[in-house]
Each structure stands twice: as structure tokens, then as C-alpha cells.
Design a protein around this ligand. Structure first.
Ligand code: PBG
Length: 325
């Protein structure tokens, strides 16, 4: 008989499989998103994202306590403001909903790392991520507002600033702004590679951030493009990004690998809302095993090269990982 390899030797027992496993998930890998909403006594489940809620500040501790109790160490805050206007003013006021949420979490848990999502779309009445003039999203004017937002979030105690609006030059503008305001030690986690994706649908329900007209294709990337992702990542690294986010994750594992191989920076996979909701819906129908499928997909993101995973599954996954120990 022709010689062949006995690969199955290393799969024979659970003990051996554990020994040779190449990729491991840890609760420290997870970044858990929390939606804070202006108002009182709010715990609203997002219809398209079962298990994900909008929280008012007076109830926010319930959610934060639960996450911290599961050993989640990093939280990213998204805001749902009461007032929106043309220039997204509620994104950069001192007592904005994101700023207040950050203050509250940091006060209660100084050791938890709090990331601020820095964007305008939840705060503008037109729902775009920048300033709109004559139907166009104006790049450089948007940067000014984004910098104001980032500085106000740092003043509120954010440990990391995560700009997500995909304007050109946002990393260098925010780096300058933070440095001038005395925040040279606050890192930037850039949404460096962000595709114009249909997988964001449920998030826009959660954050009320859908564009009222048009789409985001003049600033977010075409899903068909790979080399463009490398150019985006290169610019952000040159401009001083400390972390690079690739978003979405599951349909873009090739991009995660490309970016990781090219840049020796921590890479974050953003496991977005649509990826979450599809699993939830299928699991609810009994079509897939939720635990197995979630742990498999999170593992695949790390195997592709992600160091960290921003995921709505974080609490569940942390719970499952505890059970496996
Ligand atoms: C925009 C933003 C988006 C998400 C987070 N911030 C995308 C968008 O609406 O274009 C999507 C996240 C998700 O789907 O989980 N600032």
C-alpha cells in the first residue's frame, strides 16, 4: 500500500486534542458593546438582536455588573441620544449620553477598560457619519466634529478612542486633537477597514442610526475589495493608530489575515450585528446549536489573525468558557 500519514493519531482522545489545539479563546479577548440611551428606566430589547438591550443610565449598572461578573474586562459604549441635529451636537457635549455612560462605568469599575465609539451617525438627524452639504458627506469639516467628540470622550474618562466614521485622515486629526488636549497617552483603536455592509442592519435598529437618504458607499468600503483594505490600514498605521479594526468579521476573515500579516499591531475583529442576529434566529428555530456555532465562529476569527473580538456574544461566550474550565 502507498504510504500515508496517520493524522488521526492527534485526534484520538480529548486530552491529545487539547494538547495540539492551536487557537484558544479567552474572555480577555472580548470587547463587549453596550448601548446607552438617554431617558429613565429603560431596558429595551432590540427586536432584531435578541439578548441585546438599550439601557438608560439609571439601569446601566445591571448590565455592567453582569458583564464584569463574567470577567469581561473591556466594554465599548454606543450612545442613543434624545436629540439629533444636522451637526450631531449631542455627540460632543460635555454631558452627552456616551460621555455620561463612560463616567458612570469608570466610576464604578476603574479597572474596566472603556472604549468610546467615536462617530456622528447616531447623533445627526440625517443619519450620516459626517457633515452633509448638497447631498455630499464633507470630509474635512466632519473631522473637526469628530475630534471634538473624541476629546470630550477622553475628558469623560474613556481609556481608548475608537473612531468609526471612515473619513480620510481621522486618525491623524484625532491624534493631534487628543495630544493638544493633554491626552497623548490615550490610544486610538481605528476602524481602519470598514466595509459598506448589509450585516449592519440590526445595529441600525439598536442605535437608530440609519441614513435617512442615500447610503454609506462613498465612505465605507466596497466588499469586493482587498487591496483597498491594505491601503486603508497602511494610512491609519502611518497616522498613528494603535489598534486596527476589521469590520465585519465573518465574511472578511481573509482581510483579517492580510492586515495581521502586514502590520504588527493588535488586530480587532468586529463581529457585527447581522452576524449575531443570524445565529440567534437560526438557534431560536432549533436549526443550529448556538453555543457550538458561536464558539466556532469566534475561534475562526482568532485563527484568521484577530487578537481581540468585539462581539455581542461576549457575555454568553464568557459564560460558556467558564463552564469549560
Ligand atoms: C457607524 C457604526 C456602524 C456599526 C457600528 N457603528 C455601522 C453603520 O451603521 O454603518 C455597525 C455595528 C454592527 O453592525 O454591529 N458608526
Amino acid at each position: 500500500m502507498k504510504e500515508f500519514q496517520r493524522h488521526r493519531r492527534l485526534r484520538r482522545t480529548a486530552g491529545i486534542r487539547n494538547m495540539v489545539r492551536e487557537t484558544h479563546l479567552h474572555t480577555e479577548d472580548f470587547i463587549y458593546p453596550i448601548f446607552v440611551k438617554e431617558g429613565t428606566d429603560i431596558k429595551n430589547e432590540v427586536p432584531s438582536m435578541p439578548g441585546v438591550y438599550q439601557w438608560s443610565l439609571d439601569r446601566l449598572n445591571e448590565e455592567v455588573d453582569e458583564a464584569v461578573g463574567l470577567d469581561i474586562e473591556t466594554i465599548i459604549v454606543f450612545g442613543v441620544p434624545a436629540e439629533k441635529d444636522e451637526v450631531g451636537s449631542s455627540a460632543y457635549v460635555h454631558n452627552g449620553i456616551v460621555q455620561e455612560g463612560i463616567r458612570q462605568i469608570k466610576e464604578r469599575y476603574p479597572a474596566v477598560t472603556v472604549i468610546a465609539d467615536t462617530c456622528l451617525c447616531q447623533f445627526t438627524d440625517h443619519g450620516h457619519c459626517g457633515v452633509v452639504r448638497d447631498g455630499e458627506i464633507v470630509n474635512d469639516d466632519s473631522l473637526t466634529l469628530l475630534v471634538k467628540t473624541a476629546v470630550s470622550q477622553a475628558e469623560a474618562g474613556a481609556d481608548i478612542i475608537a473612531p468609526s466614521n471612515m473619513m480620510d485622515g481621522f486618525v491623524s486629526a484625532i491624534r493631534d486633537g487628543l495630544d493638544e488636549a493633554g491626552f497623548e497617552n490615550i490610544p486610538i483603536m481605528s476602524y481602519a477597514v470598514k466595509y459598506a455592509s448589509a450585516f449592519y442592519g440590526p445595529f441600525r435598529d439598536a442605535a437608530h442610526s440609519s441614513p435617512k437618504s442615500g447610503d454609506r458607499k462613498t465612505y465605507q468600503m466596497d466588499p469586493a475589495n482587498r487591496f483597498e483594505a491594505l491601503r486603508e490600514a497602511d494610512s491609519d498605521v502611518e497616522e498613528g493608530a494603535d489598534f486596527l479594526i476589521v469590520k465585519p468579521a465573518l465574511s472578511y476573515l481573509d482581510i483579517i489575515r492580510d492586515v495581521k500579516e502586514r502590520h504588527p499591531l493588535p488586530i480587532v475583529a468586529y463581529n457585527v450585528s447581522g452576524e449575531y442576529s443570524m445565529v440567534k434566529a437560526a438557534a431560536k428555530n432549533g436549526w443550529v446549536n448556538e453555543k457550538d456555532i458561536v464558539l466556532e465562529k469566534l475561534t475562526s476569527m482568532k485563527r484568521a489573525g484577530a487578537d481581540l473580538i468585539l462581539t455581542y456574544h461576549a457575555k454568553d461566550a464568557a459564560n460558556w468558557l467558564k463552564g469549560e474550565k
